[in-house]
Design a protein around this ligand. Structure first.
Ligand SMILES: NC(=O)c1ccc[n+]([C@@H]2O[C@H](COP(=O)([O-])OP(=O)(O)OC[C@H]3O[C@@H](n4cnc5c(N)ncnc54)[C@H](O)[C@@H]3O)[C@@H](O)[C@H]2O)c1
Length: 335
């Protein structure tokens, strides 16, 4: 049983707070936010907790083992660093920090102090994403030709960080988990339609080793909410629709084969395969519960999390490359 405090009780913090308050692996002691109005809501919903505006109250308490940081991106580094320096384990919302140099600094402190540092890349704990990973790793998809990911909605528009910093951590972490490799290059074009200089629509192209192409469409400016992915392999294809209530993953035994004509001189024929569509049964564990349980287990067993700092660093490096490409009007950035 760990004792934990949640720092940041804006939009996302209440979800984490609910999980920790109901967790059998943790005792939620503190909720911290700079805003009185948010603390008033926290007190009403979770009267058994202590509320504070100063996160040092949380990290100075010797009873507290860990903190879960869900503040605005710019403050992640400072709070996580001070928490580690006070010997607390840290679970930080995505993206871990606002730069790769900050990640490296946190890793150094965490290693010295033997503390767990984990980033809240929730999708790595999501049953449909885990199921697709099984399909990829077991060779069911075959050789992957391309992956297309769409994450669009109307809002929630931010003014401090653009749509890439806000949403790409999800897709980059999913890709890193499925493919276990970094792209060779990344290329981004985008547009700032609402706030000047804050890109709210982005089109990301990437190439991975093995001639695997990826396209990601991110947007806060869309008439509909779509959370859709296509994974196109030479054996099977997958459709992932995270907004579907029950059939989030569909495996299509479908494809096009180029078959050599018998007894011909190099002539080929196209064969269209249209087989079954398989909808696997998927565990309905809430990803956030799995994520928080995993953090508590890593602390108890002194082990590295699935979404550890090395994983977080690769994601930040991909975001930084995306930002550079965006700034340079779609220049290809090579890794
Ligand atoms: N995993 C997910 O799916 C998911 C979804 C949404 C947001 N997030 C992440 O959660 C984090 C918070 O996002 P949000 O949408 O809740 O933002 P938000 O602006 O709604 O809330 C942030 C809260 O942190 C508080 N805060 C800021 N600095 C603080 C400090 N020094 N001490 C105490 N409180 C402080 C603010 O007062 C605010 O209430 C971001 O990193 C975001 O990327 C993750």
């Amino acid at each position: 049983m760990i004792t934990i405090g949640v720092i940041g009780y804006g939009y996302w913090g209440p979800n984490l707070t609910r999980i920790w308050a109901q967790s059998k692996k943790a005792n939620l002691k503190y909720i911290c936010d700079l805003k009185e109005s948010r603390l008033a809501v926290a007190k009403l919903n979770w009267p058994q907790t202590l509320q504070t505006k100063d996160y040092f109250d949380v990290i100075k308490d010797p009873q507290v083992d860990a903190v879960n940081i869900a503040t605005n991106i710019i403050s992640h580094f400072e709070i996580a660093k001070n928490a580690l320096l006070h010997d607390k384990h840290v679970l930080v919302e995505k993206p871990l920090t606002a730069s790769s140099s900050e990640v490296k600094e946190l890793v150094e402190i965490a290693e010295k102090r033997k503390k767990v540092i984990m980033v809240g890349h929730t999708f790595l704990y999501s049953p449909p994403i885990i199921k697709i990973n099984e399909y990829i790793k077991n060779g069911i998809v075959g050789n992957i030709d391309f992956i297309q990911l769409t994450r669009i909605n109307l809002g929630k528009v931010k003014h401090d960080f653009n749509v890439i910093w806000d949403l790409a951590p999800h897709d980059f972490s999913i890709l890193e988990y499925w493919l276990n490799k970094m792209p060779q290059w990344i290329q981004v074009v985008g547009k700032a339609a609402v706030y000047q200089n804050v890109c709210d629509v982005a089109f990301i192209n990437m190439q991975y080793p093995g001639d695997l192409l990826v396209n990601i469409h991110l947007s806060w400016l869309s008439p509909v909410k779509l959370r859709q992915s296509y994974i196109v392999g030479d054996k099977n294809m997958i459709v992932f629709d995270d907004t579907h209530p029950s059939e989030k993953v569909k495996l299509y035994d479908i494809g096009i084969d180029l078959v050599k004509e018998p007894d011909s001189f190099g002539e080929f024929q196209l064969t269209y395969r249209t087989g079954d569509i398989n909808v696997p049964r998927i565990d309905n564990t809430e990803p956030l519960t799995a994520e928080c349980d995993h953090f508590a287990e890593c602390i108890e067993t002194n082990s590295a999390p699935i979404s550890d700092s090395a994983h977080a660093l690769r994601i930040i490096e991909m975001i930084e490359a995306s930002q550079k490409s965006l700034n340079n009007k779609g220049e290809r950035i090579y890794f």
